[in-house]
Structure formats: structure tokens, C-alpha cells
Design a protein around this ligand. Structure first.
Ligand code: FAD
Length: 306
């Protein structure tokens, strides 16, 4: 059995692994995709002490740092069930069962999909989720951003500096982003904002996106916008479906943690984007991963000797 078993190999899981291994305890990491979301990221300019790097480079650095220690990395493995107990079990999709004294959940999050016709067909051919990664592909073109929360408005501001025109589409009657972002957005000359609009379809010519339809929710009229790209920014979903009923989750599905990273299950800790932590960022996930590992170690040394 492990002393610390970490589920998830993003910045949170990698930091937890390094901190746990440095205590000289048996440490394992199970990850569907070691590296996590940073694999889908281009420029990273806000990881303190690293002025500039890119996602794939950062992911390699994470893995090298973990591999410098005696950590059992089980990559390309999906955890499907957590069974609490004196020894906690993590069941894998391949049928395997791992046992550990403590578990750290760091399964991160993924983009929410809008589930309209055209979204899957034109994914990566005009349908995008990541302005940082794909924004430059639409230089001089027309795009829409779906979603008027902070991420949507930030994306629209970001894209407005690159593309010819941005249409921001919000389902509600008002944008939900912070006022300062909305003010910035409204000050830009090449942005239109459409509220009370339900996106109904993303159109294309069979190869690439060429438009989008939405229903005006005040009149029920269907309208079309011609464009070359659609950025979907309707939120991040925590990868916690497999924990429902075992670990307390918030109404958004985030793992509830206290200031030490402890979850509702004794011996189970959590860190990073999968949790209720208010800001989803690499440096925050990594810091919380370190914290969760130290809490797990503390839990182990305080456990009764068997
Ligand atoms: P993740 O990185 O999501 O890692 C989760 C890990 O868990 C992965 O290894 C995944 O495969 C694994 N996993 C999930 N479910 C299971 C399961 N059931 N079983 C086993 N393994 C599982 N942050 C910044 O600070 N700066 C930026 O510039 C920046 N740019 C970004 C750009 C993009 C396009 C994206 C998507 C994110 C960006 N972020 C940025 C956010 C940052 O990537 C995240 O905050 C950070 O990666 C969260 O780390 P994490 O370890 O909590 O989760």
C-alpha cells in the first residue's frame, strides 16, 4: 500500500508528489494525462520566478521534477471510484485497485461544452475553448465568444486585440463579468455584445466554421452571425463526477476543502482546480498541492500505530 496516493498529475498533483516524496514516504500518482490542463496551454507568464514558458515545456518540467524522486507514476490510468476506510481504495477503469493510507484528489477541471449541433463536428476547425492557445489562429477574422462571465469577457477583450471583430453572446439579459472587465469590453471598437441570446447551432461548410445561429430570447426569433471562429467560455467543470456520494462536493461539483486541504473523508485531501479554491491558476494549484501533501503527512504521523 501507499502512504500517499495522488489522483491527478497536473500542477497540484505534481507538487503534492514532490512534497510527499521528500518526506521519504511511499508515494504514487495516478493520472489520466500527466501534465493536466497545462498541456493545452501556450504561454504561461504568471508562474512566479518563471518569466515566460509554454504549456508543453512546463508539463515536461513538472514530470522531470517528480521523476527526480522515488514516486510511482501510473500515467494513462483513470480512477473511477474512491472507497473510504482505514486503508483507502482507489479503483481504476482497468479493474486495478490501489490502496493507500491517505489520498490526495487533484483531478482538475475541463471546459464546459455547449452541446449544440456543430460543436463536435467543427472542434479545432473553428470551435475553440482556449483564447490563449487558439486566438492567434483567428488573426484578422471574425469570431464569437459564447459566455458573458469573467472568462468570456476576458477572452473577448483578449481576442479583440487579435481578430477583426468579436461578437460576445450571453444567454442572460446581462453580462455577469466584473464591472471593470465589462467597462473595458465596452470601450473596444470592434466588439458587439448580444444578450438574451441562446446559441442554437454552429454552422460550417463541412470543413470549417462559417457562422452561428442564436435564438433571441426576448422575441424567439432565430438570428445568424457570419464568422470564422467560436470560442466557448461557459465555465470549467471539475473532474469529480466519480466522487459523487463519497466526498462532499459544492453545488458546482467542486471538492469542499478546509484551510489544510482536508475533505469530508478522513485521510482524503484535495488540491487545485477540482476544489472550492476560488482562483484556478497554476501557482495556486501547485501551492495547494504542497499544502495537501504536508497535511497528508501530518495525518499519517498522528495515526495510531498498527
Ligand atoms: P489539471 O491541470 O486539470 O490536472 C488534472 C489532472 O488530473 C490531469 O493529470 C488529469 O489527467 C487527471 N485526472 C482527471 N480526472 C482523473 C481521473 N478520474 N483519474 C485519474 N486522473 C484524472 N493558469 C495559470 O496560472 N496561468 C496561465 O497562463 C494559464 N493558462 C491556461 C490556459 C488554458 C488553455 C487552460 C485550460 C488553463 C490555463 N490555466 C492557467 C489554468 C491552469 O492550467 C490550471 O489552474 C491548473 O492546470 C490546475 O491544475 P490542477 O493540477 O488542479 O488540475
Amino acid at each position: 500500500a501507499f502512504d500517499v496516493l495522488i489522483v491527478g498529475g497536473g500542477p497540484a498533483g505534481a507538487a503534492a508528489a514532490v512534497y510527499a516524496a521528500r518526506k521519504g514516504i511511499r508515494t504514487g500518482v495516478v493520472a489520466e494525462r500527466f501534465g493536466g490542463q497545462v498541456l493545452d496551454t501556450m504561454a504561461i507568464e504568471n508562474f512566479i520566478s518563471v518569466k515566460e514558458t509554454d504549456g508543453p515545456k512546463f508539463a515536461v518540467a513538472l514530470e522531470q521534477h517528480v521523476r527526480a524522486y522515488d514516486v510511482d507514476i501510473m500515467n494513462l490510468q483513470q480512477a473511477v471510484e474512491l472507497v473510504p476506510g482505514k486503508l483507502i481504495e482507489v479503483k481504476l477503469a482497468n479493474g486495478g485497485v490501489l490502496k493507500s493510507k491517505t489520498v490526495i484528489l487533484s483531478t482538475g477541471a475541463r471546459w464546459r461544452e455547449i452541446n449544440v449541433p456543430g460543436e463536435q463536428q467543427y472542434r479545432n476547425n473553428g470551435v475553440a475553448y482556449c483564447p490563449h492557445c487558439d486566438g492567434p489562429l483567428f488573426k484578422g477574422k471574425r469570431v464569437a465568444v459564447i459566455g458573458g462571465g469573467n472568462s468570456g469577457v476576458e477572452a473577448a477583450i483578449d481576442l479583440a486585440g487579435l481578430v477583426q471583430h468579436v461578437t460576445l453572446i450571453e444567454y442572460d439579459s446581462a453580462l455577469r463579468a466584473d464591472e471593470v472587465l465589462q467597462r473595458k469590453l465596452r470601450s473596444l471598437g470592434n466588439v458587439s455584445i448580444i444578450t438574451s441570446a441562446q446559441t442554437t447551432e454552429i454552422h460550417g461548410d463541412g470543413k470549417k466554421v462559417n457562422g452561428l445561429s442564436y435564438k433571441d430570447r426576448t422575441t424567439d426569433e432565430i438570428k445568424q452571425v457570419e464568422l470564422e471562429g467560436v470560442f466557448i467560455q461557459i465555465g470549467l467543470v471539475p473532474n469529480t463526477e466519480w466522487l459523487k456520494g463519497t466526498v462532499a462536493l459544492s453545488r458546482f461539483g467542486e471538492i469542499e476543502i478546509d484551510a489544510r486541504g482536508q475533505t469530508s473523508v478522513p485521510g482524503v485531501f484535495a488540491a487545485g482546480d477540482a476544489t472550492t479554491v476560488p482562483f484556478k491558476q497554476i501557482v495556486i494549484a501547485a501551492g495547494d498541492g504542497a499544502k495537501a501533501a504536508l497535511s497528508a503527512f501530518d495525518h499519517i504521523i498522528r495515526s495510531p500505530i498498527d
